[in-house]
Write a protein that binds this ligand. Sequence first.
Ligand code: KIV
Ligand code: ZN
Length: 387
Amino acid sequence: MTQDRLYFFDTTLRDGEQAPGCSMTAAEKLQMARTLENLGVDILEAGFAAASDGDFEAIRTIASEVRGPSVASLSRSRKEDIVRAAQAVETGSKPRIHIFLASSDIHLEYKLKISRAEALEQAGSSVRLARQYVDYVEFSPEDSTRTDLDFLCEMVKVAIEAGATTINLPDTVGYAVPNEYGAMFRTVLAKVPGADKVILSAHTHDDLGLATANALAAIEAGARQVECTINGIGERAGNAALEEIAAALHVRKDKYPVEHGIQLEKLYPASQQLGQTISFGPSPNKAIVGANAFAHEAGIHQHGVLSNPLTYEIITPSAVGVPSNRMVLGKHSGRAALKARLKDLGYVLGPEDIEETYHAFTALADRKKAVYDQDLINLVAHHQRHA
Ligand code: KIV
Ligand code: ZN
């Protein structure tokens, strides 16, 4: 893989917002958009202009006020949607229209009820129309990963000839596995004239828990834009999580020598802000930003991390904006973590006292799920009274 620029396309405010429990007011969207700008995203998909007047206004406000990233609106492959999207983004610094049109037979037959030939015609005419309004037009053959590959290549060719500047190949239903998703990008690059002159983009969903792995496979195969959301929110099981892709690129620079604009230390604050804006935060075991992502309870792990964090941490918490790692005291914890916590609480105990307090602590931890600082203070006080 060559060293070059990877563009982060954030769709927290569009695909993310479409998920249950994730809707935001226009004011909340604007606040989140400012945070995403600050985080360093290149393209910000602010909504779907034709979906509602509220979404239209939110996109328009974001396009006028957030000047760093290119602001995009999603659009169906229809004249009235394209015109609405163009009006929504027109005040933006690098306005983009993102057109999607189903390409798989199942979507063409049951959803759109049109033939492949009609779909090709629509793809060409809608991209041409959008190019009359903006310089940046992204085209997505929806359900690419369940589309006949020859037909997918035909549709991509038509879109490029019509003036698309980015071709996004979405795994709409989270069906692909990484080697297959990567192979699809390689085929499009090899077979479609001009595919090497546009930006190829990966858009992955997490129905099989493979969204991040698929995005990385696409990067390896030549994709230079990834579409993702904060905390991985999005339709059904969600989209690829921005923080996971960015952290993977950082930890595995050896495998992915690409440059990008994401400022890693701003990931955790962005994740927290989103969690406080919508109706749920990341699950505790969520990679990178979950409450347990840098927490250690098992004694062997705690001892290792206290000696050298690299034993059980592949990235420092501060690198992604997490204030610090956490030693959780429970029945799996060892003497090293207990001693360290007691020291933080102001108790420096000798080896014998530590031993006795440790036994009292494990007995308590067997009875309780978690042991808190006040429990430790009580244990030490009890031990001192009876010493
Ligand atoms: O998952 C999908 O296919 C989409 C498109 C609109 C790009 O979100
Ligand atoms: Zn999607």
